[in-house]
Design a protein around this ligand. Structure first.
Ligand SMILES: [Zn+2]
Length: 236
């Protein structure tokens, strides 16, 4: 291994950090889109609820109106019968029936008015929610367009970083390249760099670094890994 390997390792770490920063920017844009989508889905739920309520009220209104017209018919009949009564007993019974029917129609009329008020209120909410959804859909389209362009830019930069990385890997000595690729394989997409701090332990895993490893690492003649976590030591 050569001293150049260590310089390239530093470059690889810079490159890795740059990729992480770009990924954060991509994530931020995705979150913007998700946020609006979430708002929309909450409002869509609300809209569905209003629509269901409206349906219930309308069916209750229809029911009340049918019942009301049937009661009104009966009331009309009872009133016309009252002109033809022949006995006191009949007159009393009919009067009672008329009173009951009148009170029932009144109650139904009140209920209908109440339901009409409710239905109006729901319709107002429905309209507001629909308007909100139309606006949100527009802003979602705008944000998506903006964010997608931003994401494409960041992804292009990430691609460039990966290209730079493969160029770096090509100039490494074979041993260094193997070590780096193996280490990278262990950590997958995660950071595989560490250093030694003033208390002689690994800055990442916190384990004490034995003096032999420390001396080898600090000589900076070859790439050395932490005996405990296997990350590669980088000194700046
Ligand atoms: Zn470590």
């Amino acid at each position: 291994m050569s001293n150049r390997d260590l310089k390239i390792l530093i470059e690889l770490q810079n490159n890795f950090n740059h990729i992480q920063e770009l990924k954060v920017l991509v994530e931020k844009q995705n979150k913007r889109i998700d946020h609006v989508k979430k708002q929309i889905s909450i409002k869509e739920e609300e809209l569905k609820e209003f629509q269901d309520n409206q349906k219930d009220i309308i069916s209750s209104l229809n029911e009340s109106e049918n019942l009301l017209s049937s009661k009104e018919r009966t009331l009309k009949q009872a009133k016309s019968h009252s002109l033809e009564v022949t006995s006191e007993k009949q007159a009393v019974a009919l009067k009672k029936e008329i009173e009951l029917l009148s009170s029932e129609t009144e109650t139904l009329e009140d209920k209908i008015l109440e339901d009409l008020d409710k239905s109006e209120e729901i319709q107002r909410n429905l309209n507001q929610t629909k308007e909100f959804l139309t606006n949100s859909q527009n802003s979602l389209n705008e944000i998506t367009k903006e964010a997608s362009a931003e994401i494409a830019t960041q992804n292009k930069l990430i691609e460039d970083c990966f290209l730079t990385k493969s160029q770096h890997l090509e100039v490494l000595t074979i041993q260094a390249k193997d070590l780096i690729l193996n280490t990278e394989n262990i950590f997958k997409e995660k950071d595989y760099f560490c250093s030694i701090n003033s208390t002689r332990s690994c800055t990442r895993c916190g384990s004490n670094v034995d003096s032999e490893t420390r001396e080898t690492a600090e000589k900076q003649e070859q790439i050395t890994s932490c005996p405990s976590c296997s990350r590669l030591f980088v000194f700046r």
